[in-house]
Design a protein around this ligand. Sequence first.
Ligand SMILES: Cc1cc2nc3c(=O)[nH]c(=O)nc-3n(C[C@H](O)[C@H](O)[C@H](O)COP(=O)(O)OP(=O)(O)OC[C@H]3O[C@@H](n4cnc5c(N)ncnc54)[C@H](O)[C@@H]3O)c2cc1C
Length: 489
Amino acid sequence: MNKILNLSLRPRVAFSDKALKSVVATKLRIRLSEIKKINIQKRSIDARKHKVIVHLSLEAILGKLPASPSKYIPTYKNISGSSEVLIVGTGPAGLFAALRLIELGMKPVIIERGVDIHKRKKDIAKLVREKKIDGNSNYCFGEGGAGTFSDGKLYTRSKKRGDVDKVLRVLHFHGAQEEILFDTHPHIGSDRLPSVIENIRKSIIEHGGEIRFGCRLTDLVFSSGKVKAAILQSGERIPVRELILATGHSARDIYELLSQKGIQLEEKSFAMGVRVEHPQELINSIQYHHDDQMAYLPSAEYRLSTRVEGKGVFSFCMCPGGYIIPSMTSENEMVVNGMSSSGRNTPFANSGIVVEIGPGDWGKSGAGKRLPGLNFQMELERKAFEESGSQVMAPAQRLGDFLEGRFSGSLPANSYLAGLVSSPMHEWLPEIIRNPLKQAFLDFGKKMKGFLTNEAIITGVESRTSSPVRIPRNPQTLAHLEISNLFPW
Ligand SMILES: Cc1cc2nc3c(=O)[nH]c(=O)nc-3n(C[C@H](O)[C@H](O)[C@H](O)COP(=O)(O)OP(=O)(O)OC[C@H]3O[C@@H](n4cnc5c(N)ncnc54)[C@H](O)[C@@H]3O)c2cc1C
């Protein structure tokens, strides 16, 4: 017999298996030994009041344990010999498209410009060690795409994203930790994602799909409103029946290619700014109000947003206990992003703080360009590279100095392993980013007392939050508006 309970507990009990079991036994008026297992179904931390409370929904399994725990088993068919669909890119979009095709009885053939996860890890280690970027193998390109070292925060506020629970179950089936099924803010961690991605690759291949690494798409042949062939950098020509384009928003060459071929693209708003980093302890004390049970709680998160002169400014991809990482994809660019491991246990908390940029904001830098938003984004990344004067060291400034327009004579300890260079970011960030950022930081300082400190740094640039370009789709068929067998993702 199982019992469902909803409990609101203090952190010391909620995060200890032993203490929790004892509370459940008391609540149910049974002996401890009668509880065979506790399955947590939902867990959320409520830190709005002075004493932090953890809300739990759980199932206590009494009596015999079920023979096999109820685990989601996907319905993948063997599809070798079925009709082929070409997918470009092994990022989350490409891999999940491949799994779905297998469920539907079609054979995915995936081409990927980068290398498999093991070789990719070595290239990334080289990036920091040798300060050289490999344009096909880096934090964004290679097996698993930007998803592999993406931290793996798996929540969305959007209601239009389809079956999010199924995505979580598929990731759990492929090796992600059970907690992602019940935490309100599920998180996998960049240390665990590579093996999940590798298991997804194995599933695809086991069921008859194909994955080819080191295959970069460089051209597409169109005729009569269809893609006829995909051309690889090696010169190989792959005939196409259907093509899923899952190259992600760092693949500027693909946007350029489509634009050159006269394929319809749309400019769209996106966001750029900086990554801010604080000591995690400071963020914990602010968010958990110095609660005396803070030590039992996970590293604290925050989410901030405001509007400055009609523009949204918001925190993005906040990584408690994380690292800031170099995530550019080409030489002469500097881009930063953030990630953390599953334990979220570095002494630093980082987050993108970004400003909405829309068509019309590019100004001079976009004038006359085919893809002005993309060009504006690229120019800022080049500027950041010039300011740091190194391929992987990033420009940075203390937060207080940025607000007061002062060069930072020194920088505090930080998580950016490739090294930071002190830079007057208040001078070179474009005005349409700099001014809203300054106002927003002042506002965030009021919302989170202690956030504005010279022990925090900003580093730049955080420029790849989303794409400045949309490939328009037919809402019914999900194919490109003009090309009926091209499915952009
Ligand atoms: C450091 C970091 C942290 C992040 N944290 C989170 C997070 O916590 N939660 C979250 O939801 N999102 C996060 N993101 C964003 C997330 O990773 C992306 O939204 C997601 O990876 C996009 O998936 P995608 O498949 O569309 O594209 P991508 O992941 O970009 O994958 C595209 C793939 O296509 C390949 N490709 C590109 N061009 C070609 C070509 N010409 N030929 C062949 N192959 C090509 C690339 O090598 C790559 O493998 C983070 C991103 C980064 C960089």
